[in-house]
Design a binder for this molecule. Structure first.
Ligand code: ADP
Ligand code: MG
Length: 374
């Protein structure tokens, strides 16, 4: 008698726990509890966060300021970028993603957690979010695991990873699933990713470390050689955006910049022209054109004919350099389209993926074997 009571009791407990488990799985799907899922573009220069139901809620530089004495994070994003080159000895401003790879994981994790928490605080939903993270295409399995862990620690229920050129293509609504070749060039801060996509996969691609940061370095070293003054990264970037052009323009603008005289060690001002910047960035721009040609040469003929008809889409901040699209058009004799709002393509792509993750399952890096050997 007591044995059968005991049996009934444990049977009831078993079912009760099963029902609880099933409920907990379904809970996030209930309309009033549904999580506000998050899409993240973990770019080398900028991190953007898309919150479902709200749109893009974070668009800040991928920079973290650390107090080296205490090991604590002092600032993230805009506040941290303002500190670059201006910190006292014990505070360092770090860009955790350099050259398209996560060079400092712990700091990358802290940054990711900071932005996810920011999104969580806006969403105020009970259920834990699903997170789609766009990562530079150069990252390794180990780094993907670190991103996954960081997002989980920050409260993600599920973490899905997508390579940035694919997310950018989805963001500009290229037909990535169809048997049609689409081509995208994403010129970011650390890397330029050139990819030809068809049937949900990358057919041919190149990722090169020639992008916005390299152009800044080119400008700084040109100014050092020609004018004998040293300028910082931020000044180089500023002048690039203000007057940088890959071809001669009608206005031929100029810009006054300040730096340190190499000989006297004192501050000095010089006027640089568009022609100076064009000469400084010329070899890197030529390298980008060359790499695009190489990708086209490696593309199978059927897909190449699609690309010839449909053209190439440019995304990422580097797509905004004046005259770059015209230069590609002239060199390749193909239609070139600059994506609308090129700096947000990747994060918009993660938002589109969030709307229906099942459709994009085959595109996402769900387990480590999915990643091509680097
Ligand atoms: P990432 O995806 O690596 O974070 P982004 O797509 O955010 O990079 O692009 C950042 C790069 O774009 C920076 O190097 C920045 O200097 C450059 N950039 C942004 N706006 C412009 C512009 N108007 N002209 C030229 N370069 C630009
Ligand atoms: Mg990017």
């Amino acid at each position: 008698m007591s044995i059968s009571l005991c049996n009934i009791f444990s049977f009831a407990i078993l079912w009760f726990s099963r029902i609880l488990w099933a409920l907990s799985m379904k809970l996030p799907e209930l309309p009033f509890l549904r999580s506000n899922d998050i899409g993240i573009d973990l770019g080398t220069a900028n991190t953007l966060v898309y919150l479902r139901g709200h749109g893009i809620i974070v668009n800040e530089p991928s920079v973290v300021a650390l107090n080296q004495k205490t090991g604590r994070v002092v600032a993230v994003g805009n506040d941290a970028k303002a500190m670059i080159g201006r910190t006292p000895g014990h505070i360092v401003a770090i860009r955790p993603l350099v050259d398209g790879v996560i060079s400092d994981y712990e700091v990358a994790e802290e940054m990711l957690a900071y932005f996810i928490n920011k999104a969580n605080s806006i969403s105020k939903r009970m259920a834990r979010p699903r997170v789609v993270v766009g990562v530079p295409s150069g990252v390794t399995n180990v780094q993907i695991r670190a991103v996954r862990e960081a997002a989980k620690t920050a409260g993600a229920r599920e973490v899905h990873i997508v390579e940035e050129p694919m997310a950018a293509a989805i963001g500009v609504r290229l037909p990535v699933h169809e048997p049609v070749g689409s081509m995208i060039i994403d010129v970011g801060g650390g890397t330029t990713d050139i990819a030809v996509i068809s049937l949900g996969g990358i057919v041919t691609a190149q990722s090169l470390r020639v992008a916005g940061d390299k152009l800044n370095d080119d400008i700084a070293s040109y100014i050092k050689d020609e004018f004998k003054i040293l300028i910082g990264d931020r000044t180089a970037e500023h002048v690039k955006i203000a007057i940088g052009a890959v071809e001669k323009s009608e206005e031929s603008p100029e810009s006054t910049i300040r730096g340190r005289d190499l000989v006297s060690g004192l501050p000095r001002e010089v006027v640089v022209t568009e022609a100076d910047i064009r000469e400084a960035i010329g070899p890197s721009v030529a390298r980008l054109v060359e790499a695009t040609k190489e990708v086209l040469e490696a593309t199978p003929p059927e897909i190449l004919s699609d690309v010839m008809k449909r053209g190439i889409v440019l995304s990422g901040g580097g797509a905004l350099i004046t005259g770059f699209a015209d230069l590609l058009r002239k060199e390749l004799e193909l239609p070139i389209h600059v994506a609308p709002d090129p700096l947000t393509c990747v994060v918009r792509g993660t938002g589109i993926i969030l709307e229906d993750i099942d459709i994009y399952k085959d595109i996402l890096i769900e387990n480590e074997q999915d990643l091509p050997p680097k």
